[in-house]
Design a protein around this ligand. Structure first.
Ligand code: SF4
Ligand code: SF4
Length: 177
């Protein structure tokens, strides 16, 4: 079992162990955002993804449906040499919030080796997930709290944030030196 598979297998326990400290720290950050938060998160994101290999995981593509915009539909349909209407009919459904989502999960474009069949044309939400390299991270705390249930990388970045900015002990830090 490689490091990514190990982190993924332990994610549920990791979540139980650390959700309280992560929530408390995110609450502190929301009240008063540290000046170096974005810089710190970006640095940790890079460190974490040096260890984590998405091809050994694929959890987001198996469990979460990305929101798909009209622009995504145009780009994906063009990449697959399909008419947007045909692409929509074949692969998409309208979700409860009136956004398009894939009509089945795991994603119809996820291959058995966790490669994405439409990588070059994948939706914007897939490109940005798990949002740990985005600016204004203080606006993404709520989303990150959700993502740590699914994504071991988001979990590792969040635990590093607790270690740096919280005053609460962090359990099972695995990737920080
Ligand atoms: S389009 Fe690709 S990256 Fe997005 S969920 Fe599907 S397999 Fe994953
Ligand atoms: S982004 Fe997170 S959940 Fe998705 S494949 Fe990579 S590590 Fe896994």
């Amino acid at each position: 079992m490689n490091k990514t598979e190990e982190l993924l297998e332990n994610l549920e326990q990791d979540y139980k162990d650390n959700i309280d400290s992560i929530k408390q720290t995110f609450k502190r950050i929301k009240k008063k955002t540290p000046k170096n938060l974005d810089y710190f998160v970006q640095e940790k994101n890079d460190e974490v993804f040096e260890v984590i290999d998405c091809l050994s995981c694929g959890a987001c593509c198996k469990e979460l449906g990305p929101r798909i915009t009209d622009h995504d539909v145009q780009r994906m349909a063009k990449g697959m040499k399909m008419k947007p209407s045909k692409f929509t009919e074949q692969y998409l459904k309208m979700d409860d919030d009136d956004y398009f989502a894939f009509n089945e999960m795991p994603c119809p474009f996820l291959m058995p080796d966790n490669y994405c069949m439409v990588y070059e044309h994948r939706p914007k939400a897939c490109r940005e997930y798990p949002h740990t390299d985005r600016r204004k991270f203080s606006q993404l705390l709520q989303l990150t709290e959700l993502n740590i249930k699914t994504c071991p990388a988001a979990m590792e970045v969040s635990k590093a944030i607790v270690k740096e900015f919280g005053n609460i002990p962090v359990k099972k830090i695995r990737t920080q030196k």
